[in-house]
Each structure stands twice: as C-alpha cells, then as structure tokens.
Design a binder for this molecule. Structure first.
Ligand code: ZN
Length: 763
C-alpha cells in the first residue's frame, strides 16, 4: 500500500510550499537611486513623493492644498520635458451623485504611429483624513518617475498618455470627466491604473477588463514578479469597491488595475504619509507599471481585447500560470478521468466496494470539523478581542492556532477512522470530489478552474512517474505527493489571499481553503497509521497547545500606533438645537471605549444627517452656531412620467462639502446640479444605497441649482449636511490623552451642520 517513511516529510513539503506562497505576498526590495534609467527605482520615486506631499496634510480635490500638489505635479512633468495640460471643470459623476471641481493633469509621449494610446493613470487627490501617500501618492509618484524615464526612450509605437487624475476619492469624478469630455479618451485602447488600499505588501493585479486573455499573456511575459489570480478578479467584480478604472472598464476599455494590498488599517487614515509607505510596495507598483507600459507601448492595440477571458494564478510570484477558459472543461474532464483511472488501476486488486462506506462518513467529518474548528476559534481569535475588521497587526499567532487546529482535526480523523477507512477508499472519494469540483468550476466560474485543475494535473503527472517505478511497494506514491503539494499551494495561496480581506472573526471561512489539502493528505497518513496503535495523547497535547496559543493571541494588541483603529473627533450640530455635540466617530464601530469613558463620552442616538439616527459616543458642548445653508423650492412641474422639482440652494463661504439626502420613498430617478446631470439611478452600480444622496465637494460659496426628477408627487423631507473647519480650541482639551493606537479616518475631523427642509407636495 501507499506508504511513506514518515509523515514529517509531508510537513516539510507543506512548509516549503507555504514559504513559496508567502513570497507572493511579499514586496520586492526597493532599487536604489543609482540604478540606470531603464530600471524603476522606488528611492527616486520616493524623493518625488516627499516633494509632492511636503506639507503632509490632506488635499481633497477643490481644496487649496490640492492646488499646491497640482502645481508640483506639473513642475515635475515640465522638468521631464513634457508640456502638461489641464482639464478643468466642475463635474459630476452620475453613477455616485458626486460633484466637485476637477483639474486633471495630462502629459503625452507621442508614439511613432500614434494611432492608439495607452493610458497610465493614478489620482493625485487624497481623502479627507490624511495626505494619501500610498493612496494614491504611490501611484502618482511612480507615474511621474516612469514619465521621466520614458522621456529618454525613443518613441513607442503608440501614444502614451499620463493622466494624474483628480477627485477619485469623491466618486471617480476626474476619471469620469476625462472619459466623458476629453477628446484624447477616444484614442485610449488600454489603461494601466495604479491604486492602493494599504501601505505595504506587494502590488497585485486585482482587476482586468473583460476579454483579458491577451493582456494576461502580456502580464505573464513582461512583469518580473507577477502577483494575481483570476479568482480575485471574479471576487472584486462582486464587491462594492471602485477605482478610476471602473469608469474606463464600463466604457469597454481593456486594462490592468494594480493595487498595494496590505496594511489596510493605515488606508484613508491620518498616517497614510510618506513615512508609512513601504518602499518595496512602491518598487513593485512601479515595476508592474513600467513593465506593462513598455510592452503595451509597442503592441498593436486593436487586438488587445480578446474574445475570451483567461484563468490565472501566480506561482510564488515567479511565474504566472494562465489558460484560456474555453479549454477548462476539456482539461478537467481529461485529467479527472486520468486520475480516476490511475487510482482504479493501482488499487484494482485490493479494493472492495464496502471500504467506501466508512470513507463516505470520514470525509464529511473532516470537512465539517475544519469549519467547526475555525468557527470555535473565531471567538478567541476574532470575536472577543478588539480588532480591525480586515487586518491583524500580529497575525502569526492566530494563524498558528488555526494550523494547530487543522493538525488536531487530522489526527482525530486518523484515530477515529484509520482502522476502518483504507487509503485507497479515501483516495477514490477525495479525488472524485476534486474532479467534481473541477467540473463545477469550469461551468460556474471557469476562471477559477485552476483550483481543481492544478492538483489534478500534478496527480496525473505523478502517476506517470509511478508507472516507471516498478519496484516501488507503494503505488501512486509520487502521484499522491505531487497532488498533495499542489493542494498545499492552492490552500495556502487562498488562505493568505483571504487574510488580506478578512480578519480572524471569519476564521471558519478562511480555513475552508484547507479542504483540498486535507482531502489530498489523508490517504498517505491513513496508510502510515494503518498498523499502528494511536492514542488520544497527541490530540490532548494539540488541544492544550491551541489553548495556549489562543491565550497568547488574546494578549496581543489588535491595534498599534502603526496599525491604528479608526477614531475621529468631529462636531455635529442640528439646526435649531441649543447645544452641539462632540462625536467620537468610528466608521468601523471600534472606538476606544476606555478613552471615551474617561473623557465623558456617552452612547447616544444622534441625527445621522441622512434622514435617520445613529448611536455614537458623544459629549454635549456649547453651540458653535455654524453657518446655515438656505434652500428654496423654485418650482415643480409635471413631466411625462413624474415630477421635476427645482431647488435653489445658497451655500455659505468656507463650506467644504454639502450632502443632500433624499428619501427613497419619493422615487428619485435623476438629479442635476447647475444643469449638469449629477445622479442617474438607472446606471447600474456595484454600490447599494439605502438612501439617495448628492454630494458636492468644495462647491464654493453662492447659489447652486439642484433639479430632482421623481416619480412621486408627495411632500418629503430633504436632509442637508454641510462641513466646516473644526476649531482647534474645541478639540484641544481632548487631545492630551488621545490613544496612540487611534487615528482619524475617512472623513476626518470636521464640524458638520445638519438641516432638514420640508418640500411640499406637487400639485
Ligand atoms: Zn485611491
């Protein structure tokens, strides 16, 4: 029978594969400033970044601070001998109901043919809370450095358009302005977009256009350290997130979207500054962009969109395995049948059907026990401790607990079933399941077929080696080992991938990645355990070890100064009230409770400014008396299938943002701001909204007209929130004891005024 010298060899294979996979999730080292100009250097790009973000403050589009950054971007382009141009307008993206002033910066490197163009883009505006060194200073500085390098290159075949876009954070407004109104957009056949949702780790290819077969082949060939899988692309399609590339993708333009993916707690926080950006991440981002730009620059772009998609996954970030999805069902069938025949032939003399019975019990036991173990551990690892929803600053202790749990499940399976389930029975059922999984994937998510195809292929290859090892007492040993190594790869790859998007409170979900590994390893372990007396002792030791590790994990901080919780001090006042409130805002609901208590904040229901209320830690303070927005209804007219209302809004000076919230009940279909379409709810969006809103970022003082097209004639209430500077004197007393592990996030410190207006019924 299938026999190993010792299961430790399996553990070694498993660890080696894990180390390989970890390479995928690591950024390269930054290349020094003395590197020749054909090589991207993160150190040179960092110097640009530090120059751009000297003041280290937030620079939302439309703010004076953003103008300062804009001017520096322009001077960098000019010093590389470009003649940058602006695209300036007040623009709205009707997909989000978001408007702001936009000043896109564009530079062109003309191509020798110049029939088509490659667009290399990143945004220069930041969010409200921090300077945005990673998001998207990393992309912007990488592009400025690449533009400088490209200037010394002979022309490529295609035009290269460098677009440093504005107002991405407010709703992809700059990108939308470029696509809708700039004549150059027509030439753009492919987009390279650079983004960040964290500050460290590799730059991953997380999204492409539809029909990516050809561009994926280019990615495999022209990027030194490819990281990405088509499954992430599939998952991203179903997530509510967006980047500038969303705009271009919806217009059918092919593209590759790269993002720095780890260190999420710093994303959109006050400390997304140059000191917190991992230069390795910047290096990887630049390498990816430069590699793709050179290749796409020379490429005939008429055929850049293929008729079909590719499935792909990187192997240790060394190589990209890719395949056209059209051949996956054939491959799954071919290798699946091969594997089943190989197993049948190898065990034809010893196999009896009744052996399958216990196997049919044991395999579901293992799969369920893994999930149950993950669920139980999700409490000490993720539910009880105070954690960021997406990332743990010290993940290895929790990971170790999960790995030990897998060991415990494996050992208990051996103890319970080794005398009842033969290795061959397990092997037949397990590989039949992997085969079925493969067939299911090829029909449902063909771009994820490699999850089953790679193990089937490796098992099949191993079976050929086994065929030539006549003297071996263990049939299919090589097939089993190669199949196991492949499942280790798939399991660890997806485990660490999920680690980037969920924390330990989803442990039961994360460990599903290990199902494949468990299916493939057990036949070898069963054969090893067959004639041995197993006791419960090792299981007891494993359980004790899990307990100890969980205990250590519970003592680890879930937030640190480098990976902070989100906590913003802001002021809120409702028109007509005689007091204001200081609010400890936490978008993730993880404010520091001890701090809140010590400073006298108490949980209270407060008007959310979105026609509802929300419970938050607040403290009453004297009224600031913020300026008010004025709104008059100028007219209502019946239209073909509904009503058109016209509002005139007068904005006070110094307001940074105005948000109008309109109840779902009146059936809003479209909205206009100063005559420009600002919201169109018929546009399909990945983003689900509970209320409809219009956001005007830095609209400037004075009158604005807003048009609303509704289906209902009834009277309704409209909420208006306007933002102003938060006076230092108000918050200073609370800053002395401010926790080290908390940073403003997302909308940042601000003073908001909430008003509600009654609009009459249409006649
Ligand atoms: Zn961004």
């Amino acid at each position: 029978m299938l026999r190993l010298r010792h299961p430790v060899s399996l553990l070694i294979i498993c660890l080696l594969v894990m180390l390989g996979v970890l390479r995928s999730y690591t950024a390269p080292s930054p290349v020094g400033a003395d590197a020749p100009d054909v090589v991207f250097s993160a150190i040179r790009a960092e110097a640009i970044l530090r120059d751009l973000l000297q003041e280290n403050v937030p620079h939302v589009s439309g703010s004076p601070d953003n103008t300062v950054v804009r001017n520096r971007v322009v001077s960098h382009l000019e010093s590389s001998a470009y003649e940058p141009q602006f695209q300036a307008r007040f623009h709205c993206n009707p997909m989000f109901g978001a408007c702001s002033p936009v000043e896109n910066i564009i530079a062109i490197k003309p191509g020798s043919e110049g029939k088509a163009a490659v667009l290399l883009t990143a945004h220069y505006d930041s969010g409200w809370a921090g300077p945005g060194a990673a998001d998207d200073g990393s992309g912007m500085s990488a592009i400025l450095e690449i533009a400088r390098m490209a200037a010394n290159f002979p022309p490529f075949k295609n035009d290269i358009i460098f677009l440093i876009s504005d107002s991405e954070e407010n709703g992809l407004i700059g990108a939308d302005a470029f696509a809708e109104h700039h004549p150059l957009f027509e030439k753009v056949k492919v987009v390279i977009n650079l983004e960040a949702r964290g500050v460290t780790g590799p730059s991953a290819l997380f999204e492409t256009g539809e029909g990516n077969r050809s561009i994926i082949r280019m990615f495999a060939k022209n990027v030194e350290r490819p990281l990405g899988t088509s499954l992430a692309n599939e998952i991203y399609k179903r997530m509510p997130n967006n980047t500038d590339y969303t705009v271009y993708k919806r217009k059918g333009v092919m593209g590759v979207n790269f993002a720095i993916i780890q260190g999420v707690p710093v994303y959109h926080s006050a400390i997304d500054d140059p000191d917190h950006l991992d230069l390795g991440s910047l290096q990887h981002q630049g390498d990816n962009a430069w590699g793709m730009l050179k290749a796409l620059g020379e490429r005939d772009l008429d055929a850049i969109t293929s008729r079909e998609d590719a499935g792909y996954i990187d192997v240790f970030s060394k190589r990209l395995v890719h395949y056209p999805v059209s051949i996956t069902s054939g491959l799954a069938l071919f290798f699946g049948v091969w594997v089943m025949i190989a197993i049948g032939l190898a065990f034809r003399k010893v196999f009896r059907f009744h052996q399958l019975r216990w196997g049919l019990l044991a395999i579901p036991y293992v799969l369920l026990a893994i999930v149950a173990g993950g669920y139980i551990l999700s409490w000490p690892l993720g539910q009880w401790p105070d954690l960021h929803p997406l990332e743990h600053p010290h993940p290895w202790v929790g990971r170790l607990a999960l790995f030990l749990m897998l060991g415990l499940v494996g050992y208990s399976t051996l103890k319970l079933f080794s005398s009842r389930v033969s290795a061959c029975a397990w092997m037949i059922i397990a590989w039949a399941m992997i085969f079925i999984l493969g067939m299911q994937l090829t029909s449902r998510i063909p771009a994820a077929s490699h999850i089953a195809l790679i193990p089937l292929l490796m098992f099949a290859l191993g079976s050929v080696i086994d065929l030539f090892r006549k003297k071996s007492p263990a049939p299919l040993l090589f097939a089993s080992i190669l199949g196991f190594a492949a499942t280790c790869f798939i399991s660890f790859y997806h485990f660490f991938m999920l680690d980037v998007v969920m924390n330990f409170d989803y442990s039961h979900f994360k460990v599903i990645s290990f199902w494949l590994m468990a299916l493939a390893v057990m036949p070898m372990l069963l054969a090893f355990a067959k004639d041995r007396e197993l006791t419960w002792q090792p299981a007891k030791w494993l359980s004790l070890a899990i307990l100890m590790v969980c205990l250590v994990h519970l003592f680890l901080p879930g937030f640190t100064a480098e990976r902070p919780r989100d906590m913003t001090l802001m002021y809120s006042e409702i028109e007509g009230a005689d007091a204001g409130y200081l609010v400890l805002e936490s978008i993730y609901g993880r404010h520091d409770k001890e701090y809140a208590k010590s400073q006298g904040f108490e949980m209270m229901e407060l008007n959310s400014g979105r026609l509802g209320s929300v419970e938050r830690p607040v403290r009453e303070v004297a009224l600031l008396g913020l300026p008010a927005v004025e709104m008059v209804e100028e007219g209502v007219r019946a239209e073909e299938k509904g009503w058109h209302r016209e509002l005139r809004i007068d904005l006070p000076a110094n307001s940074h943002m105005l948000r109008l919230t309109i109840p779902k009940s009146i059936g809003l279909e479209k909205a206009w701001v100063n005559g420009e379409l600002a919201l169109d709810l018929s546009i399909e969006s990945k983003y689900e909204r509970s209320v409809d809103s219009l956001e005007l970022v830095y609209p400037g003082a004075g009158p604005v007209t807003v048009g609303l097209q509704t289906t209902g004639p009834e009277a309704f209430t409209i909420a208006a929130v306007s933002w102003y500077d938060l006076p230092d004197a108000l918050v200073a007393p609370f800053m002395d004891d401010w926790p080290d592990d908390a940073q403003p996030f997302m909308y940042g410190p601000r003073a908001e005024k909430i008003q509600e207006f009654e609009l009459g019924a249409a006649q």
